[in-house]
Design a protein around this ligand. Sequence first.
Ligand SMILES: [Zn+2]
Ligand SMILES: [Zn+2]
Length: 335
Amino acid sequence: MRNKRCVLLLSLLILLGLVFSAAAEEPAPADSWVCMLCGTESTGDACSACLSVKGVWRCHGCGKRNLQGICACGKSREESLDEYLAEDMMTAFPAVHYLAATGRPDALCLLAKYWETGLRLSQDVTHALSCYELAGASDYAPAYLALGKIYDQGELVEQDSYQAMELFQKAADLGSAEALWFLGSYYEEGRIVTLDYAKAMDYYRQAAEKGDADSWMNIAYCYALGKGVEREIDTALEYYLKAAEAGSHLACDYLGYLYMTGDLVEADPEKGLEWYRKAAAMGNSRSMMALGYAYQTGEGIQADPQEAARWYEQAALAGRTDGAAAWASLTGAAP
Ligand SMILES: [Zn+2]
Ligand SMILES: [Zn+2]
């Protein structure tokens, strides 16, 4: 254990050296510190970028600058840093950088995102991977999950399903429900492993029971198609409902589709639209499009062009170009 700690600390120092020396091309001095106001790494008594005194932090609650550990408003430096950490990427950067330098795994994972995206730090995949690996070394499941996804997708690195599966297994062993879903999908598709629906179902069930709502969807899907189990429509529907109740917008959207089209169930447009509304309220843009279409054509509902335009606009705002086009053609406006 002590050995592991030493290795971890050493690699952290090396990584931070890399992080901070990016501009200077030389390792960061041992007495370097991260400014909590601007996120710049400095040495000496004042920040080289914003000239603030070492150790100054800004209270997330009242905005006051402090040197002592607790602000006059009662908020501690630690609480304040945690609140900044939860903000958008631009606002969070100084807190992320500061806390990552202390080796906190959640902050290291966030720092990896800056390297990945090139926001605030010039894009560098190697540094991103190192940050995730460091975070993972303290048994932090989300780090291995994030690494697994990177190798699974193969956009930032060469695609490597073997590596991905190994990382998903590590994350799953540390309690990640989403990693169990990925493992299940490998068996369902027979990707680098022998296709095994029963094994896939087993992983999906474990993931679902750990709170991954979308995994109930996969189980439902297997029952609907008779994949690895006897085809049972009622059981499939039961699982779709379970997924919807557990908060899966995909399940709500799919139930909407089933009731609108009469696939697997008796068609019931009113029910269908209700499911679409639920999914749309959770941000599902496909359901927003379906609602726009229903109001435009009067499918299972009184046609209402204004309401249709409103749903297309929502879909467009959620990033759908077909939503923008439908909105423009309905309102006669330029998209
Ligand atoms: Zn500064
Ligand atoms: Zn305060």
